[in-house]
Design a protein around this ligand. Structure first.
Ligand SMILES: Cc1ncc(COP(=O)(O)O)c(C=O)c1O
Length: 413
């Protein structure tokens, strides 16, 4: 059954090696393989299915659009679908939060938005350097990869990954003291950067949650030093950690924000760069691309925002996040004193690093055998990553968490 994948598809394929079945149907937080086996989804397609697989309200908007022979791809021409998305995003997301950004439609995946942010920051500040943080993940194209820290990803490049300096993230060494020294000491050896790029919660980096104080201080340092603050909200935006934008919890306003993954509502490719108006200086066509106008993504995106607000998903995330937190602290952490659990909203990690990092992938396999899809993250892939669709039912969430416990018990034994 899987023969054609192994004989014909490139060996670069990765997730399929952890979940070696052929998937077919999917509904909210459940996925079925072609042979009918049911899996609970605690991966949410790496955060791109926050509103659930085939969310019926979003699917209806997409199906209606298709049924009426509306335009599907349109470069960056004006369309009714894009108008509806922009109006919805402005009036239902930005205005209520007091945010004023220009919206740049980028090529279809997250890394395209990161590349656009880097180019625009450098163009604005006429400086080539950028500061990023240890544990960062920002994508796989060369500019984004230069910001991404894990060795396996970087080894794919072979060419130099340049113009980025790294500073320890919150929780590692004295992050802020180091950042301040880099900028203040005229012998630090690091030139003043155009921008500081960060995730407010590092997801791929191992579920590292930056404190509110740290985020506020980085914002202050950027302002004081005329450096742009770019928040990459590709994985932890769209409600994942309890707010539509992950930085809302710190009450800060970044200069640029990248969005992708769940922004299309329906798992369709889409990436946006939000830009403070005064930084919006690309000339027409100076940063171009064919697939910046996937109309189905705009349709799903607008429906996704309406769904988010109508169902008060931010509040739901905080409620279910508490269920996850309590379960991990009461049922998982006591299984072995060397386990640590951490997270925010509906993104959590169980860190096996102090016992044996390989146990995390072992738990992924144990869980998969029991019908649960989980992923690993962080240094040495030592962190078991828990990231269900935000719309998961309470019963399914409880069922999945019970399997997490069985899987952890199995590897500890
Ligand atoms: C924070 C962050 N930035 C950027 C990316 C890259 O997005 P894409 O894989 O769609 O290019 C990812 C993907 O996981 C991500 O988590």
């Amino acid at each position: 059954m899987l023969e054609v994948f192994e004989s014909t598809e490139s060996q670069v394929r990765s997730y399929c090696r952890k979940y070696p079945v052929e998937f077919d149907r999917a509904r909210n937080a459940e996925i079925w393989s072609v042979d009918g086996k049911r899996y609970i989804d605690f991966l949410a397609v790496a955060g791109s299915m926050n509103y659930g697989h085939n969310n019926p309200e979003i699917k209806k908007a997409v199906l209606d659009y298709l049924a009426e022979d509306r335009i599907i791809n349109a470069l960056d021409m004006y369309t009714a679908a894009k108008e509806d998305f922009l109006v919805t995003f402005r009036d239902q997301i930005m205005v209520p939060r007091g945010l004023d950004y220009k919206v740049m439609c980028c090529g279809p995946t997250g890394t395209n938005a990161v590349e656009a942010a880097l180019k625009l920051a450098r163009k604005n500040k006429k400086r080539n350097g950028v500061i990023a943080f240890g544990g960062a993940f920002h994508g796989m194209s060369l500019g984004s990869l230069a910001l991404t820290t894990d060795r396996t990803s970087r080894e794919g490049a072979v060419v130099p990954l340049e113009n980025v300096s790294f500073v320890p993230y919150d929780g590692t060494l004295d992050s802020l003291a180091y950042l301040k020294w880099v900028l203040a000491d005229d012998h630090s050896g690091i030139d003043k950067p155009a921008a500081i790029v960060l995730e407010t919660v590092q997801a791929e980096g191992g579920i590292n949650v930056a404190s509110v104080e740290w985020l506020q201080e980085v914002r202050r340092i950027c302002t004081e030093n005329d450096i742009l603050m770019i928040v990459d909200d590709i994985q932890v935006g769209n409600g994942r950690v309890g707010w539509f934008f992950s930085f809302e919890r710190a009450g800060i306003v970044p200069d640029m924000v990248t969005l992708s993954k769940s922004i299309s509502g329906f798992g369709l490719p889409m990436a946006l760069l939000l830009i403070k108006p005064e930084l919006d200086i690309f000339r027409p066509a100076e940063h171009n691309g064919t697939f910046r106008g996937n109309q189905l993504s705009f349709v799903g995106g607008a429906a996704g925002i309406r769904y988010f607000n109508a169902h008060k998903l931010d509040q739901e995330v905080r409620r279910k996040g508490e269920i996850i937190r309590r379960f991990l602290e009461e049922e998982i952490a006591p299984l072995d004193g060397r386990l640590s659990v951490r997270g925010l909203g509906m993104l959590w990690g169980v860190d096996f690093g102090a016992i044996d990092p390989a146990m995390a992938i072992g738990a992924v396999h144990q869980a998969f055998d029991r019908g649960l899809i989980l992923e690993v993250a962080g240094r040495g892939d030592s962190v078991l990553k828990i990231m269900p669709p935000l719309t998961i039912g309470d019963d399914t969430l409880a069922e999945g968490l019970a399997i997490v416990k069985q899987a952890v018990q199995a590897v500890l034994a």
